[in-house]
Design a protein around this ligand. Structure first.
Ligand code: URA
Length: 255
């Protein structure tokens, strides 16, 4: 490649990085100038997610049936692997199911995998996950701690593109799997990490108001907390997170 061409290509690449591109999604470049022009058709009114058009698959109902049929966590994982109605699956490298020890008294429910989790296939392994591990260690717990283990999952098992918030439809579609996951893991308490998890499990948002007060999710005590990613951006909120961790610990020792 001529030197000028090289520098031009490098400048274009830098520009993409500045725009926020973090990874290549195709092996070969795609010339969008050569792609046929898209013809925008007027939008048809959308039926609500809960009422599929006649003949259309009811994805939520299918998720519910698959989840109900799963008799253990391996079956549930296989059922989720085979569930094809959630578009997030197409953009993700793999399903991120859980980490930690199933049957642990505490089940932590986060939001959705990010880039690191998508690569590794485990929840909370990136920067937020490392902070979560330090938070748990501070109260003598950990995902690999044989004496005081936790079990960790997310509302969504696939990474949303560009780490966008999952839509209400995606949350509703995957909720039957989350509910079954909780039932099969049999925790004593649930920790609700952040707004998406609060929306999925409590049908409420507003983590600043919800955090630190015990609620009930699926018949279990559930403690909403600030998400560790939020704590990375707002270190001052670690004071409240610490109070919530102590509350969690106290609740566990009360039995
Ligand atoms: N944030 C989450 O909510 N879950 C993960 O697994 C990683 C980051």
């Amino acid at each position: 490649m001529e030197s000028a061409e090289f520098h031009h290509a490098l400048a274009l690449l830098d520009w993409q990085v500045e725009l926020g591109a973090t990874e290549a999604i195709c092996d070969a470049p795609l010339n969008r100038y050569e792609a046929p022009a898209r013809i925008d058709t007027p939008k048809q009114p959308q039926a609500p997610a809960t009422a599929p058009a006649p003949g259309q698959v009811d994805a939520v109902e299918e998720a519910r049936q698959l989840a109900t049929a799963a008799t253990d966590l391996d079956c549930l994982r296989a059922a989720m692997e085979g569930f094809a109605h959630c578009d997030l699956k197409r953009g993700a490298r793999q399903l991120v199911f859980s980490d930690g020890i199933a049957g642990a008294p505490v089940m932590i429910v986060g939001e959705a995998p990010g880039r690191d989790e998508d690569l590794e296939g485990k929840p909370f392994v990136g920067r937020a996950g490392q902070l979560l591990d330090r938070m748990l260690a501070a109260i003598g717990m950990g995902r690999a701690d044989p004496d005081n283990p936790v079990y960790i999952t997310n509302v969504l098992p696939w990474r949303p593109p560009q780490n966008r918030d999952p839509s209400p439809e995606e949350i509703a579609m995957m909720r039957p799997f989350l509910e079954r996951h909780i039932a099969l893991a049999e925790p004593q308490v649930i920790v609700i990490m952040g707004n998406i998890s609060a929306q999925a499990l409590l049908a409420r948002r507003g983590i600043t108001r919800l955090r630190g007060t015990w609620a009930e999710a699926q018949g279990l005590p559930a403690l909403p907390m600030f998400h560790p990613a939020y704590l990375l951006r707002n270190p001052a909120a670690k004071r409240e997170a610490w109070a919530d961790l102590l509350e969690l610990k106290a609740r566990l020792s009360r039995g």
